[in-house]
Ligand binder design. Structure first.
Ligand SMILES: NC(=O)c1ccc[n+]([C@@H]2O[C@H](COP(=O)([O-])OP(=O)(O)OC[C@H]3O[C@@H](n4cnc5c(N)ncnc54)[C@H](OP(=O)(O)O)[C@@H]3O)[C@@H](O)[C@H]2O)c1
Length: 834
């Protein structure tokens, strides 16, 4: 039982003759040998109380013992008790393969405090500040990449107490998620080569730790899509999750388990990790994030949230269903293409921002409004005859209604051409939030030196308003829920308050010496919030209300605070009634973006098909910045023809199949990369594609030769349509049981996948890609005996894809099973048959 764990037991507490007669025939009924039960198998209530109290349990309750009499049959009692805060664990030895940054040291110190002896091993084994636990902590220097070193350490462990566990923390020594490719090489080498040597040393020494082998990583798993621009954590550690899964199949007696620590080392709780080590349960894949413990689950596709099945043709839109039990659900609704009206344009939507209004409409909280999707970035498909200044093919941002669709029509006045140099999802963050903020400050005439309070500062309008207010020279006060306060500070906000209670009113008055703020941008609703706002708004102050419901009318405000200039800003109404006013504001925003005064809103990107999940994130207020939907490239029937798609490993079995598939789906230019010239099979595919009018280029370059890859990307920039996608198909196998593996063979398998993908990730980060697909394998997810290196490489790819999505970049990892007919698996099958 973990410290403070809850015991729930159903027990018989009365002795009854019929039970002795029935169960008395079984040996086990009489085979008890503890000091509490001296003459009978069952303990009565008094005895249970004594046992539980003796062992440190408290808050003991017996439920259902009232009516039990000797003659009542089969009545049991429920015992509930809370475990002791401190649990003394049976003593044992722990071998710690230590990191250099102090995490291992903290864990080791905590282990020694809990009655454990620690062999603290690393290259130098220097530990500071543990002098008082010297006897319990034995620093040992070794060569962690050498199996002989580990063998010798494990063969010379103390023999007076058992070996309880081996904990590998060397994957924590990394350079973070912005590591250069050279640093990533070091990081993966440090984590994976030491894990390999350690596992081999354990096998050589025939060591069997009672509580298993643990691989501890930090931020090597991406748990939430809403972690924006995370730069902490060591993605290199993801390899160990694949490695450990193979180890679990090859050496189950070693009970490999993985713990992924919070990406931020400051969020660590040493006791959580130590509790996990000392009181392990059935879970093998564990992650800690702040105070929460997560365990991995494989779930059936579509069973967690209804993923929308988006048709390939373009005459549809996503529409909310009538809310059920106040939860929002959506459907794909057919929407025949109407001819455009005077003053309108038709746009192919590439990316669309999600706004709080969309959520409210979906929940049925806004009357007379059904259409969701109020902004987008896309390309102009059609222009009405009377429209000037916008032409077909132009890239634009715009506002309107119904942008969660492959195409939308909207008044040309609500659309603005965009400058180059920004990604499609960056641009999709702009219209609604910046125009709202811009119009709000236009109404209030915010001036330099004035104080402005911006509620929900970590949201989309908040971010836009903070930038604009700071640019205007105002002193910014902002609110957000407390986990988002650090983010607000990073935006340059000095005065930050909690948005969940009304205490900000009094606190702001105090901070401003009783004067309050001059301008207030409100989006918070709830009992007492308007009053709290008005309590800190200065005499003659200006307030803009952008909330959609439970807001005060102008009359109410005049009655309560006649001195306040009060504006209700309803952007949807302005878009409908006065599109020129809304559009003029959008043009001003875009020109400030072009001049560098404004930057797009940090955002997470979601495929449109995951609308349910994204809406839920917004509903729970777990997002920071903006949520943007990306239109799947195939929704309009095709990949964009005027883009180049790079296929690495493109001359291999699957690479050629991918090239054919891309061509079938509209790709115009395909670059096939490989280490050598195409063989006859690949040449045949290439020739057929060229004959059908596809521009296929063959570029020979080793994907781990980064200068050569940079030259290849430069060539695409110079001579071909802009890069629109990457499909990373390289792969090399070098199978063998972990015991027989070598680091050289690991490198052969790891680097093309891991470093190839990492380099492409970094080299294309600022390009507007619509695809970044990594060919991974099911071995990285469930393991496969003999493929520890392959599993390690693919587990990395899976996390890189998730990491990219968290950064707002496209990223998919496909964990293929074995293909038949083509590719490496087929060749292996044929070799085996031969
Ligand atoms: N086939 C399957 O059933 C299956 C199952 C699961 C996952 N996958 C994954 O799908 C991808 C493609 O598999 P496949 O069966 O098509 O394999 P494949 O026929 O062996 O093709 C892989 C290609 O990658 C190239 N390559 C290897 N290292 C490279 C490097 N450093 N630089 C440039 N090119 C390099 C290889 O070129 P060389 O000829 O020069 O080595 C080869 O053309 C791999 O990532 C694989 O792990 C395949």
């Amino acid at each position: 039982m973990v410290p403070s764990g809850q015991l729930i037991a159903m027990e018989e507490i009365k002795r009854r003759a019929w039970q002795d007669l029935t169960f008395g025939l079984l040996d086990g009924w009489w085979r008890f040998s503890d000091s509490y039960r001296t003459d009978h198998a069952l303990a009565d209530k008094a005895l249970w109380l004594k046992v539980l109290t003796d062992t440190g349990y408290g808050e003991i309750e017996f439920i259902g013992d009232g009516g039990v009499t000797a003659d009542q049959s089969l009545s049991s009692v429920l015992i509930i008790a809370k475990g002791p805060k401190e649990v003394t664990s049976s003593p044992g030895v722990w071998v710690i393969a230590a990191d250099a940054n102090g995490t291992a040291e903290k864990i080791a110190t905590e282990l020694t405090r809990r009655n454990q002896r620690v062999i603290f091993a690393n290259d130098e084994a220097a530990i500071e500040g543990v002098s008082d636990q010297k006897s319990a902590m034995i620093p040992t220097a070794l060569e962690p990449t050498k199996r002989e070193s580990w063998r010798s350490l494990l063969e010379n462990l103390p023999t007076d107490i058992p070996l309880r566990g081996i904990v590998h923390l060397m994957a924590l020594d990394g350079h973070g998620t912005t590591a250069s490719v050279q640093q990533m090489t070091k990081d993966v080498t440090r984590g994976t080569s030491t894990a390999l040597a350690l596992t081999q040393g354990i096998a050589d020494a025939n060591a069997i730790p009672n509580d298993g082998v643990w691989f501890v990583t930090r931020g090597a798993q991406t748990l939430e899509q809403d972690s924006i621009n995370r730069t902490s954590g060591e993605l290199a550690g993801a390899t160990l999750w694949g490695f450990g899964k193979v180890m679990a199949l090859e050496a189950p007696h070693l009970q490999p388990r993985m713990i992924d620590l919070d990406p931020d080392p400051n969020a660590d709780s040493d006791s959580s990790v130590v509790n996990e080590l000392l009181f392990s349960d059935v879970e093998s894949y564990i992650a800690f994030r702040e105070d929460a413990r997560y365990t991995a689950r494989m779930i059936r596709f579509g069973s967690d949230s209804a993923r929308l099945d988006l048709p390939d043709e373009s005459e549809w839109c996503i529409s909310p269903n009538v809310p059920d039990n106040s939860s929002a659900t959506f459907q794909v609704k057919s929407q025949p293409r109407n001819s455009i009206q005077s003053g309108e344009v038709r746009i192919a939507v590439d990316a669309a921002g999600l706004n709080f209004a969309d959520l409210l409409i979906s929940l049925g909280a806004v009357e007379n409004s059904k259409e969701i999707g109020r902004e987008m970035y896309g390309r102009v498909l059609e222009v009405a005859e009377d429209v000037e200044g916008i032409s077909i093919g132009q890239s634009v941002v715009g506002m309107g209604f119904g942008s969660f669709a492959p195409e939308m029509t909207t008044p040309a006045a609500l659309v603005s051409p965009v400058p180059s140099g920004h990604t499609s999802t960056d641009l999709a963050t702009l219209p609604t939030n910046f125009v709202t903020a811009e119009l709000a400050f236009e109404l209030t005439k915010l001036k330099a030196g004035e104080r402005v309070l911006i509620h929900s500062g970590a949201g989309g309008v908040g971010f836009a308003a903070i930038q604009m207010a700071l640019n205007a020279g105002a002193e910014v006060f902002a609110t957000a829920s407390s986990p988002k306060h650090a983010y607000l500070s990073s935006l340059g906000v000095k005065h930050i308050f909690n948005s969940r209670t009304t205490e900000f009113g009094g606190e702001i008055l105090k901070t401003t010496g009783g004067e309050g703020v001059d301008v207030l941008l409100n989006s918070l609703t709830g009992e007492g919030f308007v009053e709290a706002n008005l309590s800190c708004l200065s005499t003659g102050g200006r307030m803009v209300e952008i909330a959609k419901r439970d807001i005060w009318s102008e009359e109410q405000m005049t009655e309560y605070r006649p001195d306040v200039e009060y504006f209700i800003l309803d952007l949807d109404a302005i878009k409908s009634d006065d599109p020129v006013r809304a559009g003029a504001s959008l043009s001003r925003v875009i020109s400030q973006l072009s001049s560098g005064e404004l930057t797009p809103i940090p955002h997470s990107v979601w495929p449109l098909s995951e609308m349910h999940a994204a809406m839920q994130i917004m509903r729970d207020a777990r997002h920071t910045g903006k949520v943007v939907f990306r239109m799947p490239p195939l929704v309009r029937g095709n990949i964009r023809e005027n883009r180049t798609i790079l296929v690495t490993g493109g001359m291999g079995g699957l690479g050629c199949a991918v090239a054919q598939w891309l061509a079938d789906h509209g790709a115009g230019t395909i670059v096939l990369n490989g280490r050598r010239d195409p063989d006859s099979d690949a040449n045949e595919v290439i020739q057929n594609l060229r004959d059908s009018g596809i521009d296929v280029r063959v570029e020979v370059a080793d994907i781990t030769d980064f200068a050569a890859v940079d030259a290849l990307l430069a060539k695409i920039d110079a001579d071909m349509p802009p890069l629109g996608g990457v499909v990373h198909c390289v792969g090399v196998l070098s199978d063998g049981a972990i015991e027989n593996q070598t680091w050289k063979r690991f490198e052969k398998v790891l680097w093309p996948k891991v470093l190839g993908a990492w380099h492409l990730h970094q080299a294309t980060r600022t390009k507007d890609l619509e695809l970044f697909v990594l060919f991974s394998s099911v071995t990285g997810v469930v393991g496969n005996p003999g493929q520890s290196n392959h599993a390690a490489a693919n587990a990395f790819l899976d996390q890189l894809a998730a990491h990219r999505r968290a950064l707002g970049l496209p990223g998919q990892s496909i964990a293929w099973g074995a293909w038949s007919g083509i590719g490496e698996a087929e060749e292996q099958r044929q070799r085996v048959e031969q």
